[in-house]
Design a protein around this ligand. Structure first.
Ligand SMILES: *Cc1c(COP(=O)(O)O)cnc(C)c1O
Length: 442
């Protein structure tokens, strides 16, 4: 059979053999409507689909790609590693080099255990915290995502403290019975049942919600007082908002870290980190079991190490400056186009909260406050503006994530010129959507 040429053909074929046509639900267009573009290749800030259409890509594998697609330093590192054999079931130098690179850069992180995904890192960090403390309760925050393991798939949909409500069919009540879900940006009182508090130090899975000035220090103090461990899930923030991640950025040092995404350079890697004493509880030294056939895989460690050594502190600084300017111009362009907008920025992470025009003073977005928790983030996500904006941008050659809870991931390949084109497309798209909304109302 000849390969079909169109996105629609590929997606139809995918749906025959892959549930929903996607291997991760965030890739589907179910929340924005329409047919996903099927990517044939990427180059720097762009992806090219099977029809040959090129998009400026702000998805960047949901933050796994920092240098841009198919960066020559990364592809040659992978090629060199592949020629030596792809997996052995014995220690390799690449694991040591990547672990050293991570620990050198993150203040307080002395050891890491490499795994193959962010999900595994968070799942293992929680198991380790429970094993160390001998306690069972886990505190997480509504709207934070820590992968899809049973015990962490709880929460969402309510700002009220909840205990034991599974976030998916198929998760037994027992698996989340000891998972408490609390509102982000409110420091909870902890008792002596709590093994750990796991948090995205900058929340980037409910669009972008920054921690308030006292949130992370408050969590640190509350954990210390209760004898609980503090876990920073830095799967997105790690090596993206700076070489020291949210730890250096906030000055708050957790007990355990979860890493993923950037540290794999686009290949599957996660890591769980901490000091020597805490990590000594992991098998084989300690009683907490954790394992993986492909953990510390040579291709993945080579790719991750290539990224971590390529990016300098100057690069992070320059990227942050470029992105701050971009976010300001982006929100001005959208507001001038007639939509209400808030575009919060943390380092190179940009959020995008859209709303219908605010009445007569539509060009002013003065009235909108940046969301501080899931409840306020959800109000924006539920207003129906994002799907229209998403498609208007896609028609203009800019690929945003197909869901209102995602952030934008401009990286080192997104030059000022590329970001200017995003701003121009956003202004036009906002005007188009404002027009659609006026017609729909009128
Ligand atoms: C993506 C993500 C995860 C899960 O990582 P996977 O590699 O998709 O399993 C965990 N935590 C956070 C904060 C993430 O953004």
């Amino acid at each position: 059979m000849a390969d079909p040429a169109t996105n629609a053909d590929w997606f139809a074929r995918a749906q025959e053999v892959i549930p929903g046509g996607v291997d991760s639900p965030v890739r589907s267009f179910s929340s924005v409507g329409g047919t996903p573009y099927t990517v044939m290749r990427g180059e720097g800030p762009y992806v090219v689909d099977v029809e040959g259409t090129r998009y400026i890509d702000l998805v960047q594998s949901y933050g796994a790609v920092l240098l841009g697609h198919a960066h020559p330093v990364v592809t040659s590192a992978i090629t060199r590693a592949a020629a030596l054999g792809t997996t052995f079931g014995a220690p390799t130098p690449g694991e040591v080099l990547l672990a050293e690179a991570i620990c050198e850069r993150v203040p307080g992180c002395v050891q890491v255990r490499l795994v193959s995904s962010g999900t595994e890192a968070a799942m293992s960090a929680v198991r380790l915290a429970r094993g160390i403390t001998g306690r069972e309760r886990v505190v997480k925050f509504d709207g934070c995502y820590h992968g899809h393991s049973d015990g962490l798939l709880a929460g969402g949909g309510s700002g009220v403290a909840m205990l034991g409500l599974p976030g998916s069919v198929g998760v037994p009540r027992g698996a989340v019975a000891e998972t408490a879900v609390l509102p982000y940006n409110a420091v909870p009182e902890l008792d002596d049942k709590v093994a750990c508090v796991i948090v995205e130090p900058v929340a980037a899975n409910m669009n972008l919600v920054a921690p308030g000035p006292d949130f992370l220090t408050g969590l640190r103090a509350a954990c210390d007082a209760a004898g609980a461990l503090l876990i920073f899930d830095e799967v997105i923030t790690g090596f993206r908002i700076g070489s020291g991640g949210a730890t250096a950025w906030s000055g708050v040092t957790p007990d355990l870290w979860c890493f993923g995404k950037v540290i794999g350079g686009g290949l599957p890697v996660g890591a769980l980190g901490g000091n020597r004493e805490l990590l000594a509880s992991l098998a084989p030294e300690g009683p907490v079991y954790q394992a993986g056939t492909l953990s510390g895989n040579p291709l993945a460690t080579a790719a991750g190490l290539a990224v971590l050594t390529e990016v300098t502190d100057d690069d992070y600084f320059e990227l942050g400056t470029r992105v701050a300017s971009f976010a300001g111009r982006l929100s001005s362009a959208i507001a001038e186009g007639g939509l209400a907008v808030v575009a919060p920025v943390v380092g190179p992470l940009v959020g995008l909260f859209l709303a219908p025009p605010l009445g007569e003073t539509a060009s002013s977005n003065m009235g909108l406050a940046a969301p501080v928790d899931y409840v306020s983030a959800h109000e924006f996500a539920a207003n129906g503006v994002y799907p229209r904006f998403f498609h208007a941008m896609l028609r203009r050659g800019v690929a945003l994530a197909p869901g209102a809870y995602e952030v934008m991931f401009p990286g080192l390949a997104h030059s000022g010129d590329v970001l200017d084109r995003v701003v121009a497309a956003a202004g036009e798209s906002a005007a188009e959507v404002a027009q659609q909304l006026a017609v729909a109302q009128g």
